[in-house]
Write a protein that binds this ligand. Structure first.
Ligand code: MEV
Length: 319
């Protein structure tokens, strides 16, 4: 029997970095997925194949014996096998519809899909249990995560996320597309988060003021999203970008891309940790083509994404 789960990637519309210290963020799951397939094996091994790397180890080996990007998956395999007193090995295949390390939530989607897929070999599951396991797995490599990415990859839709883990799906019909453009600069979320922490410690008054301004901006954005007012949502995104520039997570290339995208879209900003990765621009039918054109003609790879309303999906397949 094969247990197959998939989870969507994500973009952060508002609140990245600030959410690590409290307040709210607004995130959307996107219509690009990561699928994880698991099967029990009788060889006592954990075997992982994925586009970011492969691993073959014994179920008794340490999690730290594999490269960091695969550690959350090994953690999940060992934990769930032990929880169900299984002496089996396990084969895990990971298939992604979008690149890793560009701020689109690949590691979170992977943790969610893997937690669900492996758990599905042994038991019925709830989204709460999968989310709990996925968060624990993600924290093996990124201890201070706010949990926002993992939560939206589990729930799908657009969500308002609070630092204490509370999440509410926004009750609206998304009338927009997001253009995602990749800066092709790789980044590490945990090291950008550490750098922001230093900025906060060195500039407590400025950081606290920015948190307050971000909170107000998010309240406006929530109202505008519910009213379908893309002009206001876009303006708030561009304002959010200014706060992110102030805390040092944008750079010259990202600023140029954001300015280009802003010239035709409702608004643009980096998404996720920044320092590299992707920018997003808010569009609808009236400006999607012009925004794609302005970015493509300047040599930036870009594509449009819609909000995924499904979230985590799981099924069992007979082999
Ligand atoms: C990364 O996608 C989002 C950050 O806010 C970190 C986090 O929320 O855990 C930078």
């Amino acid at each position: 029997m094969k247990s197959v789960s998939s989870a969507p990637g994500k973009i952060i519309l508002f609140g990245e970095h600030f959410i690590v210290y409290g307040g709210k963020a607004i995130l959307c799951a996107i219509d690009r997925r990561i699928t994880v397939e698991s099967e029990l094996m009788d060889n006592g091994k954990i075997e992982i194949t994925s586009s970011v790397g492969n691993a073959l180890l014994s179920t008794s080996d340490q999690v730290s014996s594999v490269e960091p990007s695969l550690r959350p998956i090994v953690h999940l395999a060992k934990k769930i096998l032990a929880e169900y007193n299984s002496t089996s090995g396990i084969r895990i295949g990971i298939y992604a519809e979008f690149p890793a390390g560009v701020g689109l939530g690949s590691s979170s989607a992977c943790c969610v899909a893997a937690a669900s897929s492996i758990l599905g070999l042994f038991a019925d599951q709830t989204r709460d249990r999968v989310l709990e396991l996925a968060l624990e797995a993600e924290r093996t490599v990124f201890e201070s995560t706010s949990g926002a990415d993992t939560t939206v990859c589990t729930l799908g839709g657009a969500i308002e996320y609070h630092r204490d883990g509370y999440a509410a799906k926004l009750d609206f019909e998304p009338n927009f597309t997001l253009i995602v453009a990749d800066s092709q600069i790789s980044h590490s979320t945990s090291s950008v988060v550490s750098r922001v922490r230093k900025y906060k410690d060195n500039n407590p008054a400025i950081f606290s003021l920015l948190c307050t301004q971000e909170e107000r901006l998010i309240e406006d954005a929530l109202e505008a999203l519910k009213n379908g007012d893309l002009r206001v949502v876009g303006q708030r995104m561009s304002q959010n970008q200014k706060y992110l520039e102030q805390i040092g997570v944008s750079n010259d290339k990202l600023n140029v891309m954001v300015d280009l995208a802003k010239s035709t879209s409702y608004g643009a900003k980096i998404t996720g940790a920044g320092d590299g990765g992707c920018i997003i621009a808010l569009v609808d039918q009236s400006n999607i083509e012009s925004t794609m054109k302005v970015l493509c003609e300047s040599g930036h790879q870009c594509f449009g994404v819609k909000v995924d309303m499904l979230g985590l999906q799981h099924k069992l397949e007979l082999t």
